[in-house]
Design a protein around this ligand. Sequence first.
Ligand SMILES: *[C@@H]1O[C@H](CO)[C@@H](O)[C@H](O)[C@H]1NC(C)=O
Ligand SMILES: *[C@@H]1O[C@H](CO)[C@@H](O)[C@H](O)[C@H]1NC(C)=O
Ligand SMILES: *[C@@H]1O[C@H](CO)[C@@H](O)[C@H](O)[C@H]1NC(C)=O
Ligand SMILES: *[C@@H]1O[C@H](CO)[C@@H](O)[C@H](O)[C@H]1NC(C)=O
Ligand SMILES: *[C@@H]1O[C@H](CO)[C@@H](O)[C@H](O)[C@H]1NC(C)=O
Ligand SMILES: *[C@@H]1O[C@H](CO)[C@@H](O)[C@H](O)[C@H]1NC(C)=O
Length: 426
Amino acid sequence: MTILSRCIVIMSGVLLFSSQFPIFSTTTTATQKTHRFACHVIPRQSLNQTTPPDQQSPNPKTILSTITNLLWGQSLPPGLLISTVRTTWNSTWQLMMSQLAPSDSSGRYTRPASKFRLNPPFTLQNSTTLHLYVGLPCPWAHRTLIVRALKGLEDAVPVSIAGPGQDGSWEFKDIPISNRDRNILVPGRDNANGCRNLKGVYGLRRSGGYSGRATVPMLWDVEKKEVGCNESYDIIEFFNSGLNGLARNPGLDLSPKELKGKIGEWNGLIYPNVNNGVYRCGFAQSQDAYDSAVNGLFTTLEAVEDHLTTSRYLCGDTLTLADVCLFTTLIRFDIVYNVLFKCTKKKLIEYPNLHGYMRDIYQMPKVAETCNFSAIMDGYYKVLFPLNPGSICPVMPSGCEHDVLLSTPHNRESLSLANKTTKQDH
Ligand SMILES: *[C@@H]1O[C@H](CO)[C@@H](O)[C@H](O)[C@H]1NC(C)=O
Ligand SMILES: *[C@@H]1O[C@H](CO)[C@@H](O)[C@H](O)[C@H]1NC(C)=O
Ligand SMILES: *[C@@H]1O[C@H](CO)[C@@H](O)[C@H](O)[C@H]1NC(C)=O
Ligand SMILES: *[C@@H]1O[C@H](CO)[C@@H](O)[C@H](O)[C@H]1NC(C)=O
Ligand SMILES: *[C@@H]1O[C@H](CO)[C@@H](O)[C@H](O)[C@H]1NC(C)=O
Ligand SMILES: *[C@@H]1O[C@H](CO)[C@@H](O)[C@H](O)[C@H]1NC(C)=O
């Protein structure tokens, strides 16, 4: 056998194994269509799956040497070993990425353009019928937790928190939540349906099961036994204005009529370039695709940084849904996207206005409680297998310790105060 054909033998072996994983069973088009504002877990796959079941804790080195022994006999020249591994790994990576992150012919990650539906087509009557499913690492789910907290909807909309599981699904843990912990956001049981994983919940739909991927956030209609909504933006709009009869803070309006235009403009810029932009960097499958994603991301961050010199929030003095959407990406930026998704041109901490703005929002009552950095780090570094096969969490540079940094004063009140004073003077 030539070296090439030997490599091909190994590769086909790897591809064969890959096809067993659940993630590969969905088609690319389905993936593209259904993942606008939702998180799915990408399974962590380990090389030990290639070993016989009786081997308890297999070592990748053993597997590799078994394969190479098989093909070449006892000793494989180091140069050949390296090139074989490189080719095998590259092909596996290409395959996984093409399945996990649908891309166009030039390797650009393609999530369909966002649709910000201002009048969600769903109707949900009242509290007794609602239940929210989230996962803590997911930025789209995080939006719903923030708006739920700010509006005081904790009692009206109970939540169940899933964690990323080994087999590629959102799983619940069999940990009962005591009354004391009710408002602490930790992964636990499915409090509405008692399912073991989120797929099970989707499967309970009265209108007839579900075979696609089970994503968070998901608002469940208990009464109808139906997915009420699984588009994060629709959920936060609904939380903002659709449940005021039950909210403890009904006066807060994160999407006032007079700002809807501005909010839409910001969303239209921030969604493709920042929220989804970081994913386009991380899942790019060609240098060109990566270059253009990174360029769009940082050009937009620079523009927002400029804007925030004079404006406390995106749309002026008041926090809006556009800020909530930007915030959940910013809070993950230095600890995850900068490293794992190669959003490396700058760290967020190098943008004084953006960083101050992030701290401003973080320090609002009840927002910090929705941010769990160890859950975020674990979620991204341990689950996104093709991007971080060793599952090793990196150390952050000193000065970037998130919780310490985030509690430093932001001094951004002065921006709104300055304008108020000016207005009064007139
Ligand atoms: C939301 O749930 C519906 C089923 O009710 C499903 O068809 C759709 O693909 C899901 N969307 C996302 C983004 O997961
Ligand atoms: C692979 O290894 C991990 C930890 O090393 C273990 O939790 C898992 O059960 C193993 N999977 C199989 C299929 O042996
Ligand atoms: C990886 O594979 C792709 C496509 O199969 C190829 O274009 C690329 O040159 C390979 N890269 C390396 C480093 O082998
Ligand atoms: C909520 O919905 C349930 C079931 O549809 C109904 O019995 C109840 O009266 C409703 N409560 C309110 C406050 O509307
Ligand atoms: C304050 O006033 C300046 C100039 O009039 C304006 O550009 C800026 O958006 C205002 N800031 C806020 C927070 O309203
Ligand atoms: C953060 O999430 C982890 C699970 O990933 C959980 O064990 C931990 O208790 C949470 N921490 C806080 C402060 O809620």
